[in-house]
Ligand binder design. Sequence first.
Ligand code: C2E
Ligand code: MG
Ligand code: MG
Ligand code: MG
Length: 280
Amino acid sequence: KAKQTGRNKVCLYNGSLHQETQKKALLEQDIHQALALNQFTVHYQPQICARTLKVKGVEALVRWQHPTQGMLSPIMFLELAEELNLIGDIGQWVLHSACHQLKHWQRQYHLNDDLLSMSVNLSTFQLQDINLLSLVSDALASCDLSPSCLELEITESSIIHSPENIVERLNELTQQGVKLSLDDFGTGYSSIKHLHLFPIHSLKVDKSFIAAYKQKKSQDKVLEAMIKFAKYLGLSVIAEGVETAEQLAFCQAQGCDLIQGYYYSKPISAIDFEAKYLIK
Ligand code: C2E
Ligand code: MG
Ligand code: MG
Ligand code: MG
């Protein structure tokens, strides 16, 4: 009997492995056409001022509306897109969409530049692209959006192995008025060095620290210290993954500037964002 169970287990394992491989092959086939078929879409998650609870910013998060697999999360396809050299095109598409969306909202609802900012994630590939500056400038110019409205989110893992001229390039970007934030801070290769080497405007405390809140006292101390440290360096602090009122209260008490998370809102479509936060 034991042997049979064992064999079944092996079969099940093989079955799911097979399914995974099949699914990946299917997505690989489809992703080449996805941009041309207009299957990508951007969802928007509000970033809330911790003091006033007003929406101050919004993060653009890409999704793939797959014809048979439904709405796919970026973790399902970004790696594949990277492997297939499609990540640059997708990234540029997201950047354009997000900039145009914000410009549309500014016009429609008479929003000043400093009322709502747009955050867009940059992949390692985009960060290393020597044309980054002109790609970003093109996106801004194509919709006449002010650079100060755009915040680009980069991760430490994408800058850690970067040649020095990336610092140069990022400096050029921020000199134009674009802001930079360090995403997923505290995971991977956190290094204090990055914070003064790169022209970072804000730091996004990774959601794992927020999720662990009140589970281990020593970890809360780390979270507290991280926030204090960032504030001391004059950085704006964004807490991501805030899901409960308790977490919100803690982040407020620690002096976080912005809050992002399911407690306030999940990422939603542009139409829903507009209805919920812009139509008065
Ligand atoms: P990220 O930039 O750190 O984005 C935050 C992720 O956390 C999003 O997942 C968001 O939906 C999720 N999140 C927000 N609030 C909460 C919360 O309260 N609880 C939990 N559990 N999760 C929360 P999403 O949309 O699946 O994106 C995953 C990652 O994919 C992003 O992490 C980012 O690294 C990457 N990504 C998304 N869009 C793009 C893009 O356009 N370009 C690039 N290069 N990467 C992107
Ligand atoms: Mg992000
Ligand atoms: Mg993050
Ligand atoms: Mg992430």
